[in-house]
Design a protein around this ligand. Structure first.
Ligand code: DSN
Length: 433
């Protein structure tokens, strides 16, 4: 299934040749990156391999056009087809997520989030979120981000009691306590390193009780939500943001949705002209194609397989002595606490060793991690990209073996080279085009 959409990509070859004619240096870099992606296993939870149609929709003449404004109300002439493209993207997004309004213009998830802040809050306003170190996101109130500099974040905790069956999961009672104490104007949920189902209905109850708007940032789980494999934030959240390039498997970009007309007007004004200028219309064409793919029944199968693969990888790693935070996963990602294998081992080292072995991951803090973000005690692993490639539940056991061997080898060059050789050979069975 997954390989069908990635059968040999002649356009990618032609694009490379075309660039080579005028710019060999750029073509060399492009070819090197294609070879890297082909020969390694991508386990970064926020990455994916898009289909050739999604990929090449971005390399089109729509990049030539300014279309500031919205369909039917642009600041430039010549937007007849751009209006249709953007409207189609909006319609498909609404259908996919079951909401009333969609703004498809955000260049990224962080800009989508910033636009919500600009549209719905005033500088200094209080909002509640999970701190980045526990799995949140930098745009959810990190002090060096605009959200933390110009607004007043208060953070709710996870369950930190290791003896609790809820260990490292959201502590909804604590969310309620924090919200009743601080009366935030906005309550945020949705995370970048949280492996469990989010109870949007519970969040809405708390938001209503403390008079807050509920915002769900579903950047990581959007594809699972679209496929019905994770509960939807609608009708609970007042506003929903996402990226389009993670589990949703679209082009790099953002999306904001709501079913409230007044909120949609505020968000539209905040995004343009408040936050961005001209929309990236070539990317919006690609969003159209990606949303179309996600509406197909095959995408539901894909999302199911992403979760099955993640569960399989988490189980295989647990059997090999790695602790997975919360004891496993319900979605596409897991956080591996490396300290159970080796108290001295950092995420930074593990990431580097695995990269040498052809397995691409990212270091990530685990909840209450004593180490700084450039070191960390954990690794975040995800299955969206390898599932697109066609890897199965059984393949995940092999992947776990390679991770185990590499970590056991402690960065030894010979071990890394051996695993790398096996991974490269394995990857040949799953061509990316
Ligand atoms: N950088 C993204 C991630 O990896 O989760 C979040 O923006």
């Amino acid at each position: 299934m997954a390989q069908d959409i990635h059968s040999h990509d002649e356009v990618a070859d032609a694009v490379s040749e075309l660039i080579r004619r005028t710019d060999p240096a750029a073509a060399d870099l492009l070819d090197a990156e294609r070879a890297r992606q082909q020969s390694t296993l991508e386990l970064i939870a926020s990455e994916n391999h898009v289909s050739p149609a999604v990929m090449h929709a971005m390399g089109t003449c729509l990049t030539n056009k300014y279309a500031e404004g919205y369909p039917g109300a642009r600041y430039y002439g010549g937007c007849e087809f751009h209006d249709k493209v953007e409207t189609l993207a909006q319609e498909r997004a609404k259908q996919l997520f079951g909401c009333g309004f969609a703004n498809v213009q955000p260049h990224s998830g962080a800009q989508a989030n910033a636009s919500v802040f600009l549209g719905l809050l005033s500088p200094g306003d209080t909002f509640a979120s999970l701190v980045l170190a526990d799995g949140g996101h930098l745009s959810h109130g990190l002090k060096v981000n605009m959200s933390g500099k110009w607004f007043n974040p208060v953070h709710y905790p996870l369950h930190y009691d290791a003896n609790s069956p809820e260990f490292e999961r959201i502590d909804y009672d604590a969310v309620r306590r924090v919200c009743l104490e601080h009366k935030p104007k906005l309550l945020m949920c949705g995370y970048s390193a949280y492996p469990r189902v989010i109870d949007f209905a519970k969040f809405r109850q708390i938001a209503d009780e403390c008079g807050a708007l509920l915002m769900a940032d579903i950047a990581h789980i959007a594809g699972l939500v679209a496929a019905g494999e994770h509960p939807s934030p609608f009708p609970h959240a007042h506003v929903v943001t996402t990226t389009t390039h993670k589990t949703l498997r679209g082009p790099r970009g953002g999306l904001i949705m709501t079913s409230d007309e007044e909120i949609s007007k505020k968000i539209n004004r905040a995004l343009f002209p408040g936050m961005q200028g001209g929309p990236l219309m070539h990317v919006i064409l690609s969003k159209v194609v990606a949303f179309g793919e996600a509406l197909k029944p095959e995408f539901k199968q894909y999302a199911k397989q992403v979760i099955a693969n993640a569960k399989s990888l988490a189980k295989a790693l647990t059997e090999r002595g790695f602790r997975i935070t919360t004891g496993g996963t319900d979605n596409h990602l897991m956080l591996v606490d490396l300290r159970t294998r080796d108290a001295e081992l950092t995420g930074a080292d593990a990431e580097q060793w695995l990269e040498r072995a052809g397995i691409i991951t990212n270091k990530n803090g685990v909840p209450q991690d004593p180490r700084p973000p450039k070191q960390t005690s954990g690794l975040r692993l995800g299955t969206p990209a390898v599932t697109t490639r066609g890897l199965s539940v059984d393949d995940m056991t092999r992947v776990a073996d390679w991770i185990d061997m590499t970590i056991e080898g402690g960065g030894d060059a010979g071990v890394c080279a051996q695993v790398r050789g096996e991974v490269e050979q394995f990857c040949e069975r799953y061509p990316l085009g």
